[in-house]
Design a protein around this ligand. Sequence first.
Ligand code: SF4
Length: 306
Amino acid sequence: MSLALDARQRAMLAEMGVRLWAPRAPAAAPAPVESPPARAAPAPRVVGAPPAAAPAAAPAPVARPLPPAAAPAPQPAPASIALAPLPAGIDAMDWPALQAAVATCRACGLCAGRTQAVFGTGSQTVDWMVVGEAPGETEDRVGEPFVGPAGQLLDNMLAAIGLSRRAGDTIQSIAARADSTSAIGQKHQKSGVYIANVIKCRPPGNRNPEPFEVAQCEHYLRRQVALVQPRIILALGRFAVQSLLGSAEPIGRLRGRVHHYQGVPVIVSYHPAYLLRALTDKAKAWQDLCLALATVQAGAPTRDAP
Ligand code: SF4
């Protein structure tokens, strides 16, 4: 993949801490397609936690379809919380019904501590979907995923390839706001991105979600993916990656390859909150973003813009 960077764009990436380098190998074609191994229970989440060191080589992937999410086994609710079953027919809900269902959901104990459920943001007819982990304190208050410094970093990185969560943004307006005269992602016909978390309600004290909570809430994410029909999913953070791919492998071993979720290509990368502390890994995150861009550009033609 060839990225045309002008001087201002290079300066913007430098401000993000992204060092540009000459690629060792062309990235025009996506990495070999791989489906994840059998789903495993996600490891405890530490938002932005550094991944384990990557080994020298990953095992050869074995392509096979991801099994559909199984209905979680009922578990007893904490005595102090009155839970309710997941609403029926999630897989057939439209956007308004799905958002309403999430807003009133009491299918796991996280409903007890939320200010509001954080459903998702951005255009709903886009090629790109970003999936994070769970709302933090600010997201819980604002009602939008990826806000604050981590969200700003994500927005800056997306803007560098011509993407924005803001409705009505165009390649040109994104480039203008980034003070750039060109946009890396000009091959996109659409500039929108939809952003959602695996978990919609804030875990108290930013604790790791329990497997039951993930299993319950994943039904909503699966429907969001089915409605958006993205051409690429960017999975950010170990917990999001493990939830989507059903793999307990660290990000360092999963990034750099194309995975799949519900038939949609998935690129694994670090959570922006981690990147704010691990400056040296920003270049890897940029590399992941470029792999996602190359995967989109090498795939089927972009859908007609809405
Ligand atoms: S986290 Fe998900 S499953 Fe749990 S109450 Fe919130 S919306 Fe429902």
